[in-house]
Design a protein around this ligand. Structure first.
Ligand SMILES: Cc1cc2nc3c(=O)[nH]c(=O)nc-3n(C[C@H](O)[C@H](O)[C@H](O)COP(=O)(O)OP(=O)(O)OC[C@H]3O[C@@H](n4cnc5c(N)ncnc54)[C@H](O)[C@@H]3O)c2cc1C
Length: 708
């Protein structure tokens, strides 16, 4: 019995298409039952008709085998299209001769090939189609290698780069040259580093096959952006493992036989690098989270291999990278992200690379880090932005409106104008709209905040936004759409955006695009307070006026949802009350507001409503770094107000306990918050904007020391 992620025990079964190694990893990932059910439909012990015809149209086929010393190898068998034939749905015949001196050619020279287990992968780079099978050799004769099929299944294109086969004059082909290697020299290092594709052979073998497992061989495709494989030293590679089909054929084999055969083709020159060695799966490496798209890592240590110059009579031209590949990272980027994470609490210079007018009042700014990579962030979070305006440093917080999959931050800022001549326009938004252009720089502190999509929740999410409150929602929607491509997650989202009119409304076209690309997982609706005759209901908007019960009931099928709210204070409270009255529990409502107005929640938790710790009548406050030590009384207000009165300029954003911008270290003493916090604050931290010294029964004079 094994434990899966959820702690539920699951038995290893012999009545399965999967062997114990594969089953163990599926259990670990919490997909065991799903995969067992799924396998009954997709894995067969014969080739479906379309697989048979597919193999017969290919000019090359990948084969995985283990040599007599137990080292796995991936090999490429090549000939004219039609060299693979299939007499019936259990048989394949491969008319190809391996390159002399190459490991598979050695295997064929021995007598033991009969019944030898092999894995096959048929792959067409121009269409990105692929099918896999496990089988065994029944006969080798002068013209062909005969194979009987044990298992066959299809595979989706995922990380396969699109390549066109180029016709070359066979007369100009040079003779293959095979050189043995047992470590990486500068040439192989560079070649591996620049590769975007390799094939991996692996097999499962147990000491005494009591469980009667299928000890088959597998050969799989692996793709990524050039730089996705790290050559650590002259014998080790570190390779990210991306989300795949959840069969875990390769990793499952590694678990039982920690060895791999790797084959790197040079699609332009026809050279091949084939390696065999040992592997180690790194389940919990800290490096994984910095590598975009990596779910885990594995290390490969070379035992020996061959550099095969002029090995292939085929050449390809790169057409384009797969969308999935483009959503993954490289080791160079991972290193920079890791460095940026170390500096996440320091101001960093970002250059404005693009500005876009999103509506009559909203403008987007694309921000690229001057050094390193931008640090990690989650969709829905905000960054803190600083600029010197009229000789004064001004700080504001802005939600990132791009997705964590995008390399730059994008912020989308509403111009705050005043209709009253005695009241000035908004300082920072006016500066950004009027003074800043491409090439200018801003100081940025990394994204933070708790208003993020709960990806673990199986419930569909409803994102309700008003006006500029659309910024976290567009980030979340874009993230969900791209995650569905990368991981095949099927998170259902409904976005409802309320705007004053279509001229002020931002991201209408972008949301439509997201909806279109989401394969039915994301639905968007719009409501406008003001319409005109040029606008068509259903095409330009779905509702007139505020979000109300009629609109929600019309667009949301009966279900159990998580709700996310962002917009001006009146919208927040009205919409919160509306959905509470429709029976949604408080715990299912996540809210973010861009100003001090904070939501009055009706708690439904059994622990009751928020209870403030008693506030001290007076206290001594010490701001250690500024060397300010002063007496505080209740009338001095929050620690933020107190610090400002004493000439300090702590950073702040919302001044209402939501954004976390004013969070600093609490060195000693206790504080009391005047409202429930909507951001995480550890015991050794204090959120200045809503904290006051707490009453203490242990000290005569309450003392609070703050690192400011
Ligand atoms: C977590 C978070 C995320 C945010 N995300 C976004 C976002 O994605 N996009 C976005 O546009 N904003 C966002 N904001 C809001 C943003 O931080 C700024 O508050 C906003 O841009 C206004 O800043 P400002 O400097 O332009 O206006 P300020 O100068 O701060 O003025 C604010 C308002 O007060 C008025 N005002 C100024 N002086 C007075 C006075 N003496 N009396 C009365 N009224 C006065 C101004 O006219 C203006 O309307 C976010 C805020 C938070 C807390």
């Amino acid at each position: 019995m094994r434990e899966n992620n959820s702690g539920k025990e699951q038995a290893i079964t012999t009545d399965s298409h999967f062997h114990p190694g594969e089953q163990e990893i599926q259990s670990r990932m919490g997909v065991r039952e799903t995969m067992e059910r799924f396998s009954k439909q997709v894995i067969a012990n014969f080739m479906p008709e379309e697989h048979r015809s597919f193999y017969q149209q290919l000019p090359f086929i990948m084969l995985g085998h283990a040599d007599k010393k137990g080292w796995p190898w991936a090999t490429m068998l090549v000939n004219k299209a039609g060299f693979v034939t299939s007499e019936n749905n259990k048989k394949l015949s491969i008319n190809s001769k391996p390159i002399p001196g190459e490991p598979f050619s050695k295997l064929l020279q021995h007598d033991q090939q009969h019944n030898k287990r092999i894995g096959l992968l048929g792959i067409e780079l121009s269409t990105r189609r692929r099918n896999r099978l496990a089988g065994h050799i029944t006969q080798v004769n002068d013209t062909a290698i005969e194979i009987e099929v044990d298992q066959a299944f299809g595979n989706c294109p995922q990380y396969i780069q699109m390549r066109e086969l180029i016709n070359i004059d066979k007369e100009v082909l040079e003779k293959p040259e095979v050189t043995s290697i047992n470590r990486f020299d500068s040439k192989t290092r560079e070649f591996i580093h620049n590769s975007d594709t390799f094939f991996v052979a692996s097999y499962a073998k147990t000491e005494n096959n009591k469980a009667n497992i299928n000890e088959g061989v597998d050969v799989s495709h692996r793709g990524g952006r050039p730089g996705f494989i790290r050559v650590d030293d002259d014998n080790t590679l570190t390779i990210p493992d991306y989300t795949g089909n959840f069969h875990f054929n390769t990793l499952g084999n590694f678990l039982l036989t920690p060895k791999a055969g790797l084959l790197f083709p040079d699609f332009e020159t026809g050279d091949l690098l084939t390696l065999t060695g040992t592997v180690e799966i790194l389940w919990d490496s800290v490096e994984t989270k910095f590598f975009e798209g990596a779910e885990r890592l594995w290390k490969f240590k070379i035992d020996h291999g061959y550099w095969m110059k002029n090995a292939l009579p085929l050449r390809w031209k790169l057409d384009k990278y797969s969308t999935n590949t483009l959503l993954t990272g490289t080791w160079d980027e991972a290193k920079k992200t890791q460095q940026a994470e170390l500096e996440r609490n320091q101001w960093q210079t970002y250059t404005i690379t693009k500005t876009i007018k999103e509506s009559s009042v909203i403008k987007s700014f694309y921000l690229s880090p001057e050094k390193n990579q931008r640090p990690l962030f989650s969709a829905g979070q905000f960054i803190t932005v600083k600029a010197t305006i009229n000789d004064k440093d001004v700080i504001r917080t802005y939600t990132v409106s791009s997705s964590p999959h995008d390399s730059d931050y994008r912020i989308s800022v509403k111009r705050e104008t005043s209709n009253n001549k005695n009241i000035p326009d908004g300082v920072f938004s006016s500066y950004l709209h009027d003074k800043v252009s491409v090439g200018d720089t801003l100081q940025i502190k990394s994204a933070t905040g708790d208003f993020t999509l709960d990806t673990q929740s199986e419930r569909p999410a409803v994102l309700l936004a008003a006006g500029i409150g659309i910024t976290p929602m567009i980030s979340i929607a874009r993230f969900a759409m791209l995650e569905a491509v990368r991981t095949r997650s099927r998170k259902k989202l409904t976005v409802i955006h309320a705007a004053h009119d279509h001229v002020q409304r931002a991201f209408f076209e972008e949301l439509k695009e997201i909806e279109k690309s989401s394969s039915g997982n994301i639905h968007c609706f719009w409501t406008l307070s003001k319409i005109n005759d040029t606008l068509k209901a259903g095409k330009h908007y779905n509702h007139i006026g505020h979000i109300n019960a009629a609109l929600l009931q019309a667009v949301l099928p009966l279900d159990d949802y998580d709700f996310y709210l962002c917009g001006p204070p009146e919208f927040m409270q009205a919409t919160y009350n509306l959905i509470r009255n429709l029976g949604v529990t408080d715990q299912r409502i996540f809210a973010e507001s861009f100003g001090p107005a904070s939501l009055e929640r009706q708690s439904d938790r059994s622990t009751g409503s928020f209870q403030q710790i008693p506030v001290a009548k007076e206290a001594i406050i010490e701001f250690t770094r500024s060397k300010v030590k002063q007496a505080w009384t209740k009338s001095d207000g929050t620690l933020l107000e107190f610090a400002e009165v004493h000439g300090l300029l702590p950073e702040y954003g919302c001044r209402s306990g939501q954004c976390g911008s004013c969070k600093v270290k609490l060195l000693s003493g206790k504080v009391s918050y005047n409202q429930p916090l909507q951001t995480t604050v550890n015991d050794d931290e204090v959120l200045l904007c809503c904290a006051m010294p707490a009453e203490s029964s242990e000290e005569d004079i309450v003392k609070v020391k703050i690192d400011l």
